[in-house]
Design a binder for this molecule. Structure first.
Ligand SMILES: C[S@@+](CC[C@H](N)C(=O)[O-])C[C@H]1O[C@@H](n2cnc3c(N)ncnc32)[C@H](O)[C@@H]1O
Length: 222
């Protein structure tokens, strides 16, 4: 059972607990607008979040399917990473990428405990991801972009990782007051997402509401 406090804190990041204005969270590093504190990672895995954003269903809606190579950019403790590896299956692959080593460690531990195979863990420096160009059918960016200090560079790097015809599946909070989630001022409006995508050589091919909190954007090469 998830407490109301946990529900309020879902998606809360450094700043929304600390750096963005004090919701009992955390400022994990100076690398962005306030990153989600690994100390609170259980909040990303709770029942309330599963109800609002069911992982398997969300991944299917995002376009993740069997045999794909998926980059989970900003994987956190692997809320989407583990089910993505199950969906892509033995002929697919998931790269779990995060800037925070604690998040990668948590993701790795959860995968090991669940016996989920087919995940490679990759440490990024916040912008550069040490993977070759064109590896991914899908790059999943779930509630990460608003944390990035250089959003255009972050999305450009995601684009670099796409195979021809591949897409970025971007999940972000609607630009509205929380909680749950980060303060409205750090959230991206639909226009801001389109502008950041455009600056990275991507266009919003489609966008849809996942629930009353989150939007999903399919970003394709221009
Ligand atoms: C709010 S959590 C979301 C985790 C996961 N995507 C999910 O939906 O459950 C944001 C994650 O993105 C990571 N992150 C933030 N900025 C990043 C960056 N520039 N590059 C890679 N990871 C980043 C944080 O360390 C954190 O693990």
């Amino acid at each position: 059972m998830t407490t109301q406090a946990e529900q309020r804190d879902e998606g809360r990041h450094g700043g929304h607990g600390g750096g963005h204005g004090g919701h009992g969270g955390h400022e994990a590093s100076g690398a962005g607008r306030g990153m989600f504190d690994p100390a609170n990672l259980e909040r990303l895995l709770g029942e309330q979040r599963r109800a609002a954003l069911p992982p398997e269903q969300t991944l299917h809606t995002a376009g993740v399917t069997t045999d794909q190579t998926v980059v989970d950019l900003g994987c956190g403790p692997g809320y989407f990473t583990l089910p993505a590896a199950e969906i892509v299956g033995p002929r697919g692959k998931v790269y779990a990428v995060d800037v925070q080593p604690e998040m990668l460690a948590a993701c790795r531990a959860r995968a090991a405990e669940a016996g989920v195979q087919g995940i490679e863990f990759v440490q990024s420096d916040g912008i550069h991801v040490p993977l070759p160009d064109g590896v991914a059918d899908q790059v999943l960016i779930s509630v990460v972009l608003h944390e990035s200090k250089d959003r255009a560079a972050f999305v450009r790097e995601a684009r670099r990782l796409l195979k021809p015809g591949g897409e970025v599946a971007l999940i972000e909070f609607r630009k509205q007051d929380g909680p749950p989630g980060p303060p409205k001022e750090v959230r991206l409006s639909e226009e801001e997402v389109a502008a950041v995508a455009g600056a990275a050589g991507l266009r919003v091919r489609e966008q849809r509401a996942l629930n009353d909190l989150h939007l999903l954007y399919h970003l394709a090469a221009t």
